[in-house]
Design a binder for this molecule. Structure first.
Ligand code: UDP
Ligand code: MG
Length: 307
């Protein structure tokens, strides 16, 4: 019998735990003799009764398990904690708010049975998102897609991964992870299934615009050296402009016209300083990331395990 592990990050999802569990039961109701499941909730430092709700479910159904963080470490950390603690032949990662319809698990499972090792959930339609959000995610995914070399538009964290992939991801040493791109990066035999993003059942999204921008910047840095190359290109452009200005000044000097000194100087200084500061800023962000990795702090701290 196949065992499917479900990895579910939860942050203040008390109202969704039970509906989610019931939806999962519904999905596995008809498959009970060929598949079994393990429901691994990762409590990401919830401040509400999420953990108590999970414990109550565990009391009546020991397939419900939980890794509970000592504080909020973010969804990425929660996904990876799940990946490192499941035992199934394959694992499906999905949100607790039922925006990733659990019914799609069966479709993913069938693909896995056909021999695919990464089954990716693709959103057919993004849920209700603001225009800004849409434009922003478009630019972001174009950048990432290019650096990973794969089309990542409309990709999501809703995925099924074979045990082999889970093992590879579990062994990664980096802390600033970007799950969506890393599961691509691993390779293996891939396919996709489509699903429609549902409305969030209970509660509100945990992503503020600020958090989203931070997430995007972090992940671009994680997966792309483009910003560093941009620095080089900007530097080259400045050198080129400086060269033209210098030649112009020399020609002016020898043809007897007085070079227009002060504005030229000011222009050069401003351009130069601007360029240097932008460059340092970008390099600084990379150094911060390196510092983060070198410190070697864990990505998360587990306060309690329920299994
Ligand atoms: N989540 C988490 N830690 C966080 C923020 C979110 O584990 O710091 C979980 C959340 O409980 C949900 C999933 O990640 O199961 C997706 O979060 P949310 O619905 O807020 O994001 P959205 O669907 O708006 O992208
Ligand atoms: Mg959601």
């Amino acid at each position: 019998m196949d065992r499917i592990s479900l990895i579910v990050p939860c942050f203040n999802e008390e109202a969704n735990i039970e509906p989610f569990y019931n939806a999962v039961l519904d999905v596995f109701k008809n498959t009970s003799n060929e598949t079994d499941f393990e429901l691994m909730f990762v409590n990401d430092g919830s401040k509400d009764n999420t953990l108590q709700k999970i414990k109550a479910l565990h009391e009546k159904d020991n397939r419900v398990k939980c890794v509970s963080f000592s504080r909020n470490f973010g969804k990425e950390a929660a996904l990876f904690a799940g990946i490192r603690n499941v035992t199934g032949n394959c694992a499906v990662l999905l949100d607790a708010d039922l925006q990733h319809p659990p019914a799609t698990i069966i479709e993913m499972y069938k693909k896995w049975k056909e021999g695919f090792e990464v089954v990716e959930g693709i959103k057919t339609e993004r849920g209700k998102e603001s225009l800004f959000h849409k434009a922003f995610t478009k630019i972001f995914y174009n950048l990432i897609s290019r650096s990973v070399g794969l089309d990542m538009r409309n990709s999501s964290d809703y995925k099924l991964l074979d045990k082999k992939v889970i093992t590879e991801l579990a062994n990664l040493k980096e802390r600033n992870t970007f799950f969506r791109a890393l599961s691509f990066w691993c390779g293996f035999k891939k396919t996709t299934v489509y699903y429609e993003v549902a409305e969030r059942v209970n509660g509100t999204s945990k992503w503020s615009t600020k958090a989203l921008i931070k997430y995007a910047v972090k992940n671009v840095i994680c997966f792309s050296y483009a910003p560093l190359h941009i620095v080089t290109v900007i530097g080259c452009i400045f050198v080129f402009i400086g060269f033209i200005v210098a030649v112009d000044a020399i020609i002016s000097f020898f043809t007897g016209k007085a070079a227009d000194g002060f504005p030229t100087l000011l222009g050069i200084i401003l351009l130069g300083f601007g360029g240097i500061m932008v460059s340092l800023g970008i390099i600084g962000v990379y150094i911060a990331q390196i510092y983060d990795e070198v410190k070697g702090r864990p990505q998360y701290i587990i306060g309690e395990k329920i299994e």
